[in-house]
Design a protein around this ligand. Structure first.
Ligand code: AMP
Length: 213
C-alpha cells in the first residue's frame, strides 16, 4: 500500500505513521527525519536544510524530491510506504506523481489529519521527542518517567523548531504552501479526512477502517 500522510505540523502524522508502519508492514518515510539525521551527522545536506528548518520554512523542492527519489530506490519500498511530511507543495506533489508513474506505481490513499492552529500551538510547545521516533507530550501523553522514552529508555529532547515563533511560521507555511494539496488530492478522489484532536488510538482505528473500504 502506498500512502501519504497530510496535515499541519503537530496534527499527529508522525505518531500515526509509526503505528501504521508496524501494522501495515511498510516503511515510514519522514523527510523531516531524514533532514534531522543529516543535520545531526553534519552533512552538506544537513547544513543546507537547517537554515530553512530553523526559520520554519520549507527546504527547496528539488532538494527534497531528490531525497525521496533516492529513498524510494531502496528495496524495502517495493511493497509500499507511508510518506510523512512529503509532499508539502504542489510542485513536489506533481514531481512525485511523475516519479511513481515511472515506477509503474500510484498512491492508494492520502490520509489528511487536521487540527486547528490553537490546538497545534499547544501541542507542539509541549512536544518531546525520542531519537527512536516516538513522540510524547508533557500533558497529553507523558512518558512513565519524566524525560525518558518508555520504549527504548532514550533521553527525550525538544525539537529546535518547536519554539513558539517558529511554530507560528511553520503554520503560516502550511496554510500557504501545503494546504492546497488537500484540493489537489481531493480532485484525484483519493483523500480520506480525519480529526487530529481525537485520541491517537481512535484515529488509528478510523484510518485502518477507511483503508479497508
Ligand atoms: P517535519 O518533521 O515533517 O515537521 O519537518 C520538519 C521541517 O523539515 C519542516 O518544517 C521543513 O522545514 C522541513 N521539511 C520536511 N519535509 C519537507 C518537505 N516535504 N518539503 C520541504 N521541507 C520539508
Amino acid at each position: 500500500m502506498r500512502l501519504i500522510l497530510l496535515g499541519p505540523p503537530g496534527a499527529g502524522k508522525g505518531t500515526q505513521a509509526v503505528v501504521l508502519s508496524e501494522i501495515l508492514m511498510i516503511p515510514h518515510i519522514s523527510t523531516g527525519d531524514i533532514f534531522r539525521a543529516n543535520i545531526k551527522g553534519g552533512t552538506p545536506l544537513g547544513l543546507l536544510a537547517k537554515s530553512y528548518i530553523d526559520a520554519g520554512k520549507l527546504v527547496p523542492d528539488d532538494v527534497t524530491v531528490d531525497i525521496v527519489g533516492s529513498r524510494l530506490k531502496e528495496d524495502d519500498c517495493d511493497n509500499g510506504f507511508i510518506m510523512d511530511g512529503f509532499p508539502r507543495t504542489i510542485p513536489q506533489a506533481e514531481l512525485f506523481d511523475r516519479m511513481l508513474e515511472e515506477r509503474g506505481e500510484k498512491i492508494d490513499a492520502v490520509i489528511n489529519i487536521d487540527a486547528d492552529d490553537s490546538v497545534i500551538i499547544r501541542r507542539l510547545s509541549g512536544r518531546r521527542m525520542c531519537h527512536c521516533g516516538r513522540t510524547y507530550h508533557v500533558e497529553n501523553s507523558p512518558p512513565k518517567v519524566e524525560g525518558i522514552c518508555d520504549a527504548c529508555g532514550g533521553k527525550l529532547f525538544i525539537r529546535d523548531d518547536d519554539r513558539e515563533e517558529t511554530i507560528r511560521e511553520r503554520l503560516r507555511t502550511y496554510h500557504e504552501q501545503t494546504s492546497p494539496l488537500i484540493d489537489y488530492y481531493r480532485k484525484k478522489g483519493i483523500i480520506l479526512n480525519f480529526d487530529g484532536t481525537k485520541p491517537i488510538e481512535v484515529t488509528t482505528r478510523e484510518i485502518l477502517e477507511s483503508l479497508k473500504k
